[in-house]
Design a protein around this ligand. Sequence first.
Ligand SMILES: *Cc1c(COP(=O)(O)O)cnc(C)c1O
Length: 366
Amino acid sequence: MPENVMLRMAAPIIHHRNPEFMEILTRVHEDLKYLFRTTQPVVVLSCSGTGGMEATISSLFKQGDKVITVNAGKFGERWGELVRIFTGNCIEEKIAWGSAIQPERLAELLKEHPDAKGVCLTHSETSTGTAADIQTLSALIREQSDALVLVDGITAVGAHEFHFDDWGVDICITGSQKGLMMPPGLALVAVSERAQDIIKGQSMTQYYLSLKHALKAHAKDDTPFTPAVSLVIGLDEALQMIKAEGIEHIWKRHESLADACRQGCHALGMKLFSNSPSFAVTPVWLPEGVKWSAFNKALKNSNGITVAAGQDDYKDKIFRISHLGFYDELDMLTVIGGIERALKEINFPFEIGAGVSAVQKAFLGN
Ligand SMILES: *Cc1c(COP(=O)(O)O)cnc(C)c1O
């Protein structure tokens, strides 16, 4: 986390009806539109990202509504779990881990299910480090059906190019602890005009995680319940940093960090996992003979570097390197340098400096 965000959050707390806080919330609402590239409301919910997903499904759909979900990993699977609870009518498309859904396949699904009320997608599937082409998929859905386009953008917003309005997206969700350089605790949900109309006509199945309540309060730059005041204040600071850097620059920075990370891993003889890599997280196959527990211990204990394990079937097979949010070029040199030291410690053969050199070259050229 950036120091200035931490310091803003450490200041004495103010009351949420205090004019000073109202001013902050109004500015946050405005700046979130900049982040999502939209003129539509982006509501701030006091919950983690999954709460934003739950609020979306429960506020837009009713029992029996057919919703298509794409499950290409843990988070796409979550869309399906939510739809099954709230509508009981989920058409789940499973995709192999490390791949993204292809437009041709989605076109077939839309043809098979013309009565689908929504399509749930994941822009950057964090469990597999894989990005989907939301621009193309969204255009396809708009062209072929009346289904709403719902995007889990939790590790994509602030990493991948994204245009809520221009791409015709109806819902996009992110969470404070991902691209926003914040602690966990806030979900941000952008809602299109079309989605707002549907939400208004829906009877409520949720009280607290309700987009209907949240949108009504948002119209007065308010929240329906006491917001997580300190997190909103931190978000105000983070959004000022994002605006100062510029969203296009942030997208480019993530693309460049991801590219350098992949080159560093490749130069160390490690195989990359995804065939459509995310700019937020790089998944890498553990080299043959390398045990996750020994590698992780060497990386964490001796070098102070944390990477994530694989999930489910890939638990001891892959690991994931983050470069989302408050990361720069020197951070990537540190991570790859740390991986070299960990590999050395566990006696995996490689040419010392090869990874670091590849990262330097990716940033500085040959
Ligand atoms: C982290 C994450 C979530 C879940 O968010 P929580 O904040 O843990 O509830 C959902 N989708 C994606 C793509 C994520 O990376």
